[in-house]
Ligand binder design. Sequence first.
Ligand SMILES: Cc1cc2nc3c(=O)[nH]c(=O)nc-3n(C[C@H](O)[C@H](O)[C@H](O)COP(=O)(O)OP(=O)(O)OC[C@H]3O[C@@H](n4cnc5c(N)ncnc54)[C@H](O)[C@@H]3O)c2cc1C
Length: 282
Amino acid sequence: MKPPPFLYCRPRAVDEALAVLAEHGDEARPLAGGQSLVPMLNHRLARPGVLVDIGAITELQRMERRASDWLIGATVTQRRVERHSLEGCELLSLAVPFIGHRQIRARGTVGGSIAHADPAAELPAVALTVDATMVAAGRDGQRAIGASSFFAGPYMNSLADGEILSHVIFPVLPSTTRCSFKEFARRKGDFAVAGVAAAVDITDRVVSKARLTAFAIGSNPVRLPGAEGAIVGRSLDAADLDTAAEAAAAEIEPWDDIHGSPRYRRQIVAALLQRALQEVAP
Ligand SMILES: Cc1cc2nc3c(=O)[nH]c(=O)nc-3n(C[C@H](O)[C@H](O)[C@H](O)COP(=O)(O)OP(=O)(O)OC[C@H]3O[C@@H](n4cnc5c(N)ncnc54)[C@H](O)[C@@H]3O)c2cc1C
């Protein structure tokens, strides 16, 4: 399969990229690792007239540990994250190896995955669980968008026209936080049929705060407030795990597709959540 014809440009600075996007409007599209966009072009699911390759913009390649967070530039590859020890950002490190295969992670970027907002993608689920902040760059400057409002539907984000995702801020979690990431896919490297991310604070052997997310079950990843509430103040014994799993299965509204029925996905989420909580239990 070959893509439709397009103009290609490779700016060296964010301002330059924004100028090209502004000039061509809807016709132009940022190109990061190309691991989703190039297949979309080849299958004629997208036909942008201009591709703005943001891969040479050094500002978007930053990866910095700051006082209370990690700043990860939009074009930092998933493989670079995988190979880096991200102290305080364990959930991200646990999730990245589930993305496709190593070759895909070598080109696929953190920002590309988050901007693409595939409902079955791992990184949006991580961002939602840890309350990451997406920083958009536009011609009027930068603006911060919280994870809970960034994902606007399947393959939709809340970037405005002409904006690009500049970087993502992942908060460093306290040392009392334990994380687990679980997903079920038919083959290693496939997109998940359903998955669960957990970041649970344990103080004096009981749960003091819980952030639980299910993904690959609907338009966007969703937090599981019922299951979170069910485990706060608990020691995560077998009965607590059962209660949380039941709460999660009851509160999600999974979609129905060729990979699984809503009932099947509810069962997977319940089982994965039990395993995740078992892993983080004191
Ligand atoms: C065989 C295969 C298996 C895969 N399996 C998985 C998987 O299991 N889990 C998973 O999460 N992904 C998977 N992927 C997708 C892969 O992870 C991609 O890396 C990711 O979806 C997009 O990142 P990218 O950098 O390649 O972005 P691109 O493909 O370059 O871009 C994707 C979209 O995001 C937009 N975009 C990119 N960067 C920015 C930015 N900075 N600002 C604004 N918009 C931007 C582009 O315009 C485009 O619309 C798989 C891909 C393949 C080919």
